[in-house]
Every structure is written in C-alpha cells, then in structure tokens.
Design a protein around this ligand. Structure first.
Ligand code: COA
Length: 327
C-alpha cells in the first residue's frame, strides 16, 4: 500500500534579541520607512554572535519531536536545510542529531538556499515512498546574521535568524500529496556567499574584501521570484488536478511583502489566506516556511483536512513547492 509522508510534529526557535528597523538606521544609510515600504519588514531576530546557529536547530527539533509523540531514538534520518552552517564539516545535521540524541538516525545537510526546507521535505518523502525509513526529522536552521555584510544596506535590512523543524512519518493517509522542485543554475551569480573560491568578480562585489558575506542582485531576484513561485504553484495544481480555489492556505517564503503580493495576485489567490511572518522575523532563508507553518498551526489556523501549499525560491537560483493535506 502506498505510504504518504505526513507531518506529525512541528517546532521552531527564534533568538530573543529583536532588532528593529530604527536600530539599523544607526548602522547603514537606511530608514524605517524605506524598509517597511519596500519589504514589509518591521523587525527581525538576531542570534548572539558567540552562539552557534545549530543551537536553534536543536531547540526547534526537540519541540517538533515532543509534539510528534515519538522518541528521538525512533528517528531514522535527520535532514537539515541550511545555507549558513556552523561548519563545512561536520554537517549541521550531525550536530543536531547528536544534540537531540537521535542515536539511530543517519544525518546529512542539504543546501537549496531559501527553497531548502521544501527540497528537504521532498527528499524525505522519497525515503518514505521507497519504504527505507519511517520517521524523518526535517530541520531548516539559519544563522544569516553571521553571513550578512552589516555595512551593505542592500542586504542587511532583509535577513534574520531562526530555525523550524518537523517530524515526517510514513502513514496510510495523506500527507504530502505532491511537489515541484527546480533550479536555474545559469543565474547562480544573483545570490552568492563565497566559501573556498573567491573569483575576481566576487572580490570586486565585496569591495575587495575576502569576507564570506552575502551579495545579492535584488532586482533580478525579485523578478525571478514572482514568476518562479507562480509557475511552480500552477504546475503543482495541474499535476494534482486541483484549482487554486481548492487551497486553504499558502505559506510562501518570507522574503518581501511585494513579492508575496505580486505572486498571489498572479495566482488569483486571496492574500487573507496567505500566512505572513516577515514583518516580525524578516527573511530567515529556508527556516521561514517551517517557522510560519508551525506558528500558523499553533495559532489554530491550520485544521484537519485542509490543503496547504508551501512555496519558496532562493539562491541557486532555486524554487520549490509542495502540497500537503493536513491530517
Ligand atoms: N535603505 C534605503 N535605500 C535602499 C536600501 C535600504 N536598505 N537598499 C537599497 N536602497 C536603494 C538603492 O540603493 C536604490 O537607490 P538608487 O535608486 O539611488 O540606486 C533604491 O533604493 C532602489 O533600489 P532597488 O534595488 O531597485 O530597490 P527594490 O525596490 O528592488 O528593493 C529589495 C530592493 C532588495 C528589497 C528587492 O529588490 C527585493 O526584495 N529583492 C528580492 C530579494 C530577495 O528576496 N532575496 C532573498 C532571496 S531568498
């Protein structure tokens, strides 16, 4: 009998430290008004510099496991989505696996930038479909503040830190109904964080400093994002033989309110049925979707039987969407 990957527990973690737009006015040439009007972001959470980002992933995971009702030892696999890992090796997944005592789990990281959580859910669901694993912990854990150039107003006003996690289990009931993941690697230069290779071009973009910080062509990413999210959702709906009216909630990647407004308007989907957290948390990269999902669930918005689309885009450039029927 076909198995479905079904979410049975959610958790998230945000650092306590709140940084308002007014605080950023003291650091770069920007204003609260510009950030609000151009992005919709009011504030973001920033992790203490000396703390590892994996701490947030561990806390989010422990909550997700507690809410799922299973034991950490029953988890077969930990997949962590991150583009801001504490180490290149070990993976964040190994650090989190050790931190939560998931002693029987395999562990690996996956980097699809801000699309990473939906990519990771897709990969996890494949392990469930083949029957290889029963319980999989999918975590998105991002300490973007550590890779942001705090002197670059084009990027530093956008990002925040956080982690979200879910336990996916093999079930006879849906579950994840379908997904669409994709990439356009020819556009990779639009968002970069160099690691071991600094081309002349990357050095130039960063004012000749070998800092491992984000560089982004905001306008190009904006145009890509609106089309990528709309096309991906439409493809998913076609494949599932559903129309947009069948969908109860859309949870998009939380990057920019104008991107979200443009995308859902192209989909003919009412903005009232879109979960928004970016005003409070900014863009937490791949953690933004699971944080928004967990918050929406905790607040009672998401109910049994509802159909929810998660859709993201990001560095790579990548995109990803999935359709879930809530148990
Ligand atoms: N404060 C004040 N002015 C700023 C600013 C800031 N924080 N950041 C940029 N500006 C300025 C620019 O320098 C530019 O000035 P100029 O006209 O004198 O050159 C002006 O504002 C307009 O810049 P532009 O880049 O066209 O703004 P925008 O409306 O496209 O908004 C982004 C910029 C980054 C908010 C927007 O392009 C965006 O959200 N892009 C997608 C980014 C994204 O989602 N990234 C995450 C990928 S997962």
């Amino acid at each position: 009998m076909k198995k479905f990957g079904t979410i049975i527990g959610l958790g998230y973690c945000l650092p306590d430290n709140i940084v308002n737009n007014n605080d950023l006015e003291k650091m770069v040439d920007t204003s609260d008004q510009w950030i609000r009007e151009r992005t919709g972001i009011l504030r973001r959470r920033i992790l203490d510099r000396e703390k590892p980002s994996s701490d947030m992933g561990i806390e989010a995971s422990l909550k997700a496991i507690k809410n799922s009702g299973i034991e950490a030892s029953e988890i077969d696999l930990v997949i962590v989505s991150t583009e801001s890992p504490d180490y290149l090796t070990p993976s964040m997944a190994c650090i989190i696996q050790g931190g939560i005592d998931a002693v029987n789990a395999a562990a690996f990281d996956l980097n699809a930038a801000c699309s990473g959580f939906v990519y990771a859910l897709t990969v996890a669901d494949q392990f469930i479909q083949t029957g290889m694993y029963k319980n999989i912990l999918v975590v998105a854990c991002e300490g973007l503040s550590k890779v942001v150039d705090w002197k670059d107003r084009n990027t530093c006003v956008l990002f925040g830190d956080g982690a979200g996690a879910c336990v996916l289990t093999a079930s006879d009931e849906p579950g994840i109904l379908g997904y669409d993941i994709g990439a356009d690697g020819k556009k990779y230069k639009n968002i970069t964080i160099p690691c071991t290779h600094f081309s002349e071009e990357e050095l130039f973009k960063r004012k000749n400093k070998r800092d491992q910080v984000i560089y982004m062509e905001g306008r190009e990413v904006f145009k890509f994002a609106v089309n990528a999210m709309t096309d991906s959702v439409n493809k998913l709906l076609r494949e599932q033989d559903l129309s947009i009216e069948d969908i109860d909630w859309i949870i998009p990647h939380q990057a920019n309110m104008r991107i979200i407004n443009n995308s859902v308007s192209k989909m003919n989907f009412p903005i009232e049925k879109v979960i928004i957290t970016l005003d409070e948390y900014g863009n937490t990269s791949s953690a933004s979707i699971p944080i928004a999902l967990a918050e929406a669930y905790d607040s009672g918005k998401i109910k049994s039987g509802q159909k929810i689309i998660l859709v993201g885009f990001g560095g790579g450039l990548t995109w990803a969407s999935t359709l879930i029927q809530w148990i």
